[in-house]
Design a protein. Structure first.
Length: 155
């Protein structure tokens, strides 16, 4: 039976953090540097993917899916609170750049594609762990075969 407590703790933690970070990353994307914001999203996704990679297959898939849903849906809600504060701060000091709807949707699409990378990070770590286990198992078996090959006892 699955123990989803750890998966849900991670999903809620990363989902709520992502919900706050995504509007901040959007403001960085719109007003500072687009590439920098996407690199920050990628860094956050890689960190979350590595954390989820310690879980089993089903736990990780459920947790990652919930994280993406929480970050996406709650990110739009947080945007309505964060955007006016950032816009006011920038208007006092500088010029605020508002992206058109096409550029906004492009940012959302980039983030969605990057978020799918959580599954890729999990898959890479899972395959690496299974490969290392297989190498260890094979080396132990090879040692047993070698010991048995030179055993003087006949069966």
């Amino acid at each position: 039976m699955l123990d989803l407590r750890r998966s849900m703790k991670l999903a809620i933690g990363f989902g709520l953090t992502g919900a706050v970070l995504m509007p901040i990353f959007y403001e960085i994307y719109a007003n500072v540097a687009g590439g920098l914001a996407l690199i920050m999203v990628l860094g956050w996704v890689l960190f979350a993917g590595v954390k989820f990679s310690a879980l089993t297959f089903k736990e990780a898939v459920i947790g990652i899916t919930c994280t993406i849903a929480y970050s996406g849906i709650l990110g739009f809600v947080c945007y309505f609170f964060i955007h006016p504060a950032v816009m006011g701060m920038l208007l006092k000091r500088s010029v605020y750049f508002q992206l058109d709807i096409k550029a906004q949707m492009l940012f959302v699409a980039y983030c969605f594609v990057i978020f799918m990378g959580m599954y890729l990070v999990w898959l890479i770590r899972f395959c690496g762990r299974k490969t290392a286990e297989k190498f260890r198992s094979n080396s132990e078996k090879a040692g047993e075969y070698i010991e048995n090959a030179f055993d003087d006892k006949e069966n």
